[in-house]
Write a protein that binds this ligand. Structure first.
Ligand code: URP
Ligand code: ZN
Ligand code: ZN
Length: 460
């Protein structure tokens, strides 16, 4: 297998130049001007197009038993959607319930992906309890190639852990050099406020954000930061949605707390008015933390531009509108949380970020690829265009114009939160370790070719 990408404008976090990229087998082996095409090589003409490193989504849910149902994608459908949208590596949250064994949970999630995924993948290991047997199992999971944990300070009675467990997880992570990713919302405040709203007859989807306003998230962030400061653990706040929470995280960072910050494409482009749409339409936009007041969007875009916010993920969690979101028709607390966006993250980030002048191309590459590779021990195998890196490449056409629609999407879900939205620019050719896996909005890769990416902890 040999692949030559000719005349593209290569863009990385710190360089922009026109050259050819020669890939032998699964790896980039040469970057140069005017590389001749040997017989038998597949040649892609990238004239007038950008070439980016394959994009990484550091926060997705593919297999997710949650709120009495299961998220809709499988690795077969989810990895195809990812690739069509330019994402070549998935980091999934492995989320066993508190009743499950941690190691068995890891194996369950792995079995969902191996032999099915068309793109490469790894997991953040969810620690949803910390009892006598958990520590040894986590050590085993780290030895098998996992270098990040996931904890929830929300979802009381489901995934949420208590403060004793939080302290112990962080201490273990500190010892092992593992980074702890965390969903930060105060679960008690959410539970109490939800009860009050329901008792007052406020049951519609628009009440979801009333049950968990910005201060609830800010308290969760402050809480995590306090524990991180005392234990010295490296942390990463997932799906940060608002200024109040960002202020707490930045204040901690300034005190020396090790913290990465992720926001989502949903918070950058949607606001809470969508969750207030009539006739239960708002349920399509229910996720946690919730969509916020539009004022927060500028704070997040500026945070990306200034390097305060490090990554843009999706928290992809697809639930059908007809049969799943409808479980909460009379009670917003029963609407499965999540807004699918795996396929559209890169296109929306380019359209609303680069094309609108909010972030430059280097920042775009960094927040959608390289920063996640560095944070999660995948760099420079992933997130880089250099000899020795995996040949995961996105030839991107900035002149493309199109429209998002559930009718044409590859995600296995019955709606799009971005129905009818215009797209400026698209991934036109996407490669995974040297093989073309998507072309002009269609999947053409190999189901099951995706590899589990073994990672070594580095956060000592
Ligand atoms: O609403 C969300 N975020 N759903 C997925 C589960 C989680 O909290 O990440
Ligand atoms: Zn979460
Ligand atoms: Zn999530």
């Amino acid at each position: 297998m040999a692949l030559l990408i000719k005349n593209g404008e290569i863009v990385t976090t710190d360089a922009r130049y026109t050259a050819d990229i020669w890939c032998e087998g699964e790896t980039i082996t040469r970057i140069d001007k005017d590389i001749p095409a040997p017989p038998g090589a597949e040649v892609i003409d990238a004239t007038g197009k950008f070439v980016f490193p394959g994009f990484i989504d550091p926060h997705v849910h593919i297999y997710l038993p949650f709120m009495g149902t299961f998220s809709k994608d499988t690795y077969v459908t989810g990895s195809q959607a990812a690739l069509v949208g330019g994402t070549t590596t998935l980091i999934e949250m492995c989320c066993p319930s508190r009743a499950d064994d941690t190691l068995a949970g890891f194996e369950t999630w792995m079995a969902q992906a191996v032999g099915k995924s068309a793109c490469d993948f790894t997991f953040h290991m969810g620690v949803t309890k910390f009892d006598d047997s958990t520590e040894a199992q986590l050590r085993e999971i780290v030895a098998r190639g996992i270098s990040s944990f996931k904890i929830f300070l929300a979802y009381k009675g489901a995934f949420g852990i208590d403060d004793t467990e939080l302290y112990r997880v962080l201490k273990l992570a500190r010892e092992l050099g593992v980074v702890v990713t965390a969903h930060c919302e105060n679960e008690t405040l959410v539970a109490e406020r939800s009860k009050e709203l329901l008792a007052a007859g406020k049951t519609d989807p628009g009440q979801h954000h009333e049950s968990r306003p910005p201060l609830v998230e800010a308290e969760g962030v402050h809480h995590l930061m306090t524990f991180a400061e005392l234990t010295g653990a490296a942390t990463y706040i997932v799906h940060l949605s608002c200024k109040d929470a960002l202020d707490k995280a930045i204040a901690a960072r300034q005190r020396g707390v090790r913290v990465g910050i992720e926001t989502l494409i949903q918070y950058l482009t949607l606001d809470k008015s969508y969750a207030e749409l009539p006739d239960f339409e708002g349920a399509k936009y229910v996720m946690s933390p919730p969509l916020r007041d539009r004022l927060n969007q500028d704070v997040l875009w500026n945070g990306l531009r200034d390097g305060l916010v490090n990554t843009v993920a999706t928290d992809h969690a697809p639930f059908d509108f007809e049969n799943q979101k409808s479980m909460g028709a009379h009670d917003f607390t029963k609407i499965p949380n999540g807004i699918p966006s795996l396929e559209e993250r890169v296109h929306l980030l380019y359209t609303h970020g680069v094309a609108r002048g909010r972030i430059d191309l280097h920042t775009f590459v960094n927040v959608a690829s390289t920063a996640a590779a560095k944070q999660f021990d995948l760099f420079p195998r992933k997130g880089a265009i250099q000899p020795g890196a995996d040949a995961d490449l996105v030839v991107f056409d900035p002149a493309y114009r199109g429209t998002i629609s559930a009718q044409t999407q590859h995600m296995n879900v019955d709606y799009s939160a971005f129905e009818g939205w215009p797209i400026e620019g698209r991934a036109s050719v996407v490669t995974v370790r040297g093989e073309v896996a998507a072309r002009d909005g269609e999947f053409c890769g190999t189901i099951g070719r995706g590899q589990f990416l073994q990672r070594k902890p580095s956060h000592f």
